[in-house]
Design a protein around this ligand. Sequence first.
Ligand code: FMN
Length: 342
Amino acid sequence: MDIKEIRSLAKDRMKGVCNLCSECNGIYCSGQVPGMGGTGSGRAMKRSYEKISQVKLNLKTIHEAKKPETNIMIFNQNLSLPLISAPVTGSEINMGGYLSEADYCKAVVSGSKMADTFAMIGDSGNPQFYIDGLNAITEENGCGIAIIKPRENNKIIENIKKAEIANALAVGVDIDGAGLVTMALLGQPVGPKSKAELKEIISSTNLPVILKGIMTVEEALLAVEIGAKAIVVSNHGGRILDDTLAPIEVLPEIAKAVKGKITIMADGSVRSGRDIFKYIAAGADIVLCARPIIWGAIGGGSEGVASYINHLKNELIQAMILTGANNIGEINSDMISYNFDI
Ligand SMILES: Cc1cc2nc3c(=O)[nH]c(=O)nc-3n(C[C@H](O)[C@H](O)[C@H](O)COP(=O)(O)O)c2cc1C
């Protein structure tokens, strides 16, 4: 499917909840949580966009990188590009309700698989949404990852067992969801986790465990120490705490501390293949992407998701040709320049 068509259909179907702005800078949707925006003033989302925009690619064309390869291995799976669809819940409350929650999950999980990658599914105040996500993973023979809210430990472990039955590739906790008042109002309390609680979660399963929402070197080191298999450097798309730093600002120092010891995922304002390139050059092994995947799903179902991912992949290849990277492993920090201090 054509990207312009997907975006235009998504814009109509989202009925103003998302304006599909040419620059997804968090201004139009500022403060719209629930909705598609960043929380409060929207500054955390706006900052993610601004900072990733201020990372520049160093153009180079005297080299041999004529046909770059974008595939990578993660959790014993070969992915066609270093991008996973991020966990997203709340079709009705956040995205305008064009798709049911179950249809949204199916579109994202199967569309990601069609593009030879996979999706994460999320968890929310309505426990059925997690089940909808797991059902989509089951239908795709376990091709997906389940990300659970930082509920009480026994509830998390219960949900991990369900993910094991669905044959999920990995599980995780979006630990940055610790302050979600909406969850408590729905009788589903969440909160910060102690080191001991995280250890208990990690030792409850043989699946790789991911901690999503790490923004400091201190917590990245802690994730390594307690045996997490991956972290996601993320501010949750600017949706959980106003005035956080942008993930791209903290990623280089986190990578310096833990690269090679744990898989580093990162997200926030990935809107093009160049943005994927920037995050990899800044130290991520793989990136997550949320809002464009939502547009893909609403604008074109699973085909829309696959088309959007393939579009990002083509842009990534273009960026690699014009910077001199033959493969993802060759992308490094010399290939980018920061227009801000890191
Ligand atoms: C509408 C919406 C719902 C989301 N729901 C979840 C969720 O249930 N669990 C979670 O870990 N993250 C959730 N996120 C955060 C994303 O997984 C991701 O971290 C963030 O949006 C990445 O930024 P991007 O949208 O700029 O790509 C949600 C984001 C959006 C926009």
